[in-house]
Design a protein around this ligand. Structure first.
Ligand code: GLN
Length: 612
């Protein structure tokens, strides 16, 4: 409630895309949210994915990029990760709408008899269900404060004209009428290509796409045009004339040096004024404060000293498959004023088989691995490349190279240790060898093996530190426990833990029952850490995730200095690395009251807006 006791009126900014996919609509939509947030508004967001899957959980990262995991265990589109990182919010599974979810809810209602006697149709039943879903979810607070946000940014996936998005377009066009023009603002992201021969910025694709949008009942207030260079004035005028959008509302999204510049680009072109003029006509908006973003974008561009991290994975051809891991590495390396250089190492290429079949690839993969300062083995499923990952962990362990294993990366580190140190030659995970005599990673029945969708151990779970004098506890700020997000079926076999620990592997973090191993370390190694959870999902620009910070610090040869900091690791001494990180522990939900900006030591309170 608010606004004089009435139910709060939510405002909506819908972001659609035209001409081609891959225009960076998600980043544009989250950046719009950032600018509005910097104007003092509370922002939430919804992503609509018009595919039939109920959620992203069963989709291949090859096709669709990584599966992002939320606190509530929702397996969602990677764009929700952008929203969480950019807006520093925590979304719910319902903030990701898919065709599958909508049809499932309507069909469930039909089976219950809620539409008894009626013919159930796309219009009005599906379109109503979409609108009700949006209205309900927009009201869920996502920024840790009470009550609904002021504005909800809705991103419609796909491109205008796609068959599968038609019911959503129809629903949204009805919705714009339902909530009224004062509460609804449409931003259409389009492409303005340049033809090489003449070098002219071409407006026709955008014109067609806007015509199409209008024919479907939606009218854009703002055009955000992707182009290599800034849009020329005459091009804006032409677009304005043909698309009926004022020149002031035509935004030029030209190529910039790093992603943190996009909110600045939007602010410079006054996108907030165009939106506020429509949604809050009587409010006098001040300049959005984006100083933190400016500093971070400048710092990112100025970094020269590289830190080289080998990413040993299966999907090395498509960086979106590991988007959050890359972001977390970036957050940590920017914090250490290092330029992140990722060595993509295709795990299968490290295997002996490749040495025989394709010696060039084998040599290249090993050169990349050996040329890195640190090694990261990310999460994964299926046995392809597993032996290569095991070889990478062995190399890092034996050569004192900083190593971080995430989920599957932790499991393969255990397999490697069991094989090499405990001498259990056929040690394996039952995921890869169900008949192994030495199962050191086993199926832990919290989920199902017969139903693949949403049946893993998912979402936020607690890890309690068993040992406080370890690198991870220090990196996490000497806290007793951490809550991190999970997505897995298999875990370290508790029956083998005593033997593994006796041989030097220390399980420093476990779940509350003590049976599930959550964090492992090799105390004698400079930095050899495995985590069963996925810390990448909670990393934020300016608040890098602890295990990643450790990996980067160790890879820069600065971990000792970081850990020896007088009070805790999260307040490293300023020298080579910046005065930074966290004063209180942000990893315990809701306990972080005050944080220090990692870039300059400036105190940001959680209530004053942007965390950069
Ligand atoms: N495949 C492994 C499991 O299910 C690891 C999962 C992951 O890395 N996310 O436990």
């Amino acid at each position: 409630m608010g606004e004089g006791g009435r139910e709060k009126q939510m405002r909506y900014v819908l972001v659609t895309g035209g001409v081609v996919s891959g225009l960076g609509k998600g980043v544009t939509a989250s950046s719009i949210g950032v600018v509005l947030k910097a104007c003092g508004l509370r922002v939430t967001s919804i992503k609509i994915d018009p595919y039939l899957n109920t959620d992203a959980g069963t989709m291949s990262p090859f096709e669709h990029g990584e599966v992002f995991v939320l606190d509530d265990g929702g397996e969602v589109d990677l764009d929700l990760g952008n929203y969480e990182r950019f807006l520093d919010i925590k979304l719910t599974r319902d903030n990701n709408i898919t065709t599958g979810k909508i049809y499932q809810s309507v069909i469930n209602k039909e089976r219950k008899g809620d539409y008894l006697g009626k013919t159930v149709q796309v219009v009005p039943h599906i379109t109503d269900a979409i609108q009700e879903w949006i209205e309900r979810v927009a009201m869920i607070p996502v920024d840790g404060k009470e009550g609904p946000a002021d504005v909800c940014v809705i991103e419609l996936g796909g491109t205008i004209g796609d068959i599968e998005s038609r019911p959503f377009i129809e629903a949204l066009s009805q919705f714009s009428y339902r909530v009224g023009p004062d509460n609804f603002c449409l931003v259409h992201v389009s492409l303005v290509p340049v033809l090489n021969v003449v070098g002219e910025q071409k407006t026709k694709p955008t014109q067609h796409s806007v015509q199409r949008l209008r024919a479907l009942g939606l009218t854009p207030s703002i055009l955000a045009c992707r182009s290599t260079k800034s849009l020329e004035d005459n091009v804006k005028e032409k677009l304005s004339r043909f698309c009926h959008v004022p020149v002031a509302n035509i935004i030029s999204l030209y190529d910039v040096s790093n992603i943190w510049r996009i909110p600045l680009l939007l602010r410079d072109q006054k996108v907030h004024e165009a939106i506020l003029r429509r949604l809050w006509p009587s409010s006098a908006a001040g300049e959005p404060k984006l100083d933190g973003w400016t500093r971070m974008a400048d710092r990112c561009d100025s970094l020269k000293d590289p830190v080289r991290i080998a990413m040993v994975g299966k999907y090395t051809g498509l960086s979106d498959s590991y988007l959050s891991v890359l972001k977390a590495l970036l957050h940590a390396s920017v914090a250490f004023q290092r330029k992140l250089v990722v060595h993509w190492v295709p795990a299968p290429d490290l295997e002996e088989r490749t040495a025989e079949e394709a010696p060039d690839l084998y040599e290249k993969a090993w050169d990349l691995l050996k040329g890195a300062n640190g090694v990261l083995v990310p999460g994964g499923f299926g046995d392809r490349g597993v032996e290569g990952k095991i070889l990478a962990a062995k190399y890092a362990r034996e050569n004192n190279i900083p190593f971080l294993g995430i989920c599957l990366g932790m499991q393969i580190a255990v397999i490697e240790f069991a094989r090499s140190v405990l001498n259990l030659k056929d040690a394996n995970s039952t995921e890869f060898d169900p008949d192994t005599k030495n199962p050191c990673v086993i199926f832990m029945p919290e989920g199902s093996k017969t139903h693949m969708g949403g049946t893993m151990r998912l979402g936020l779970r607690r890890t309690s530190f068993q040992v406080m004098d370890c690198k991870s506890a220090k990196l996490y700020g000497n806290t007793n426990y951490v809550d991190e997000r999970h997505r897995h079926r298999y875990e370290v076999n508790p029956d083998l833990v005593m033997d593994l620990e006796a041989a030097g592997l220390s399980f420093v973090g476990r779940d509350e029952t003590g049976k599930r191993m959550e964090i492992l370390e090799l105390p004698a190694h400079p930095y050899f850490v495995g985590v069963q959870f996925h810390p990448e999902f909670k990393s934020r620009p300016g608040r890098p995730s602890a295990p990643f910070l450790g990996l980067i610090a160790a890879s820069c040869g600065q971990l000792d200095a970081l850990l020896q900091s007088p009070s805790q690791a999260n307040q490293p001494t300023p020298k080579k690395f910046p005065t930074n990180v966290l004063k209180t522990n942000p990893y315990q939900n809701g306990t972080a009251k005050k944080t220090i900006n990692i870039l300059d030591g400036r105190v940001l309170s959680n209530s004053n807006g942007v965390h950069v």
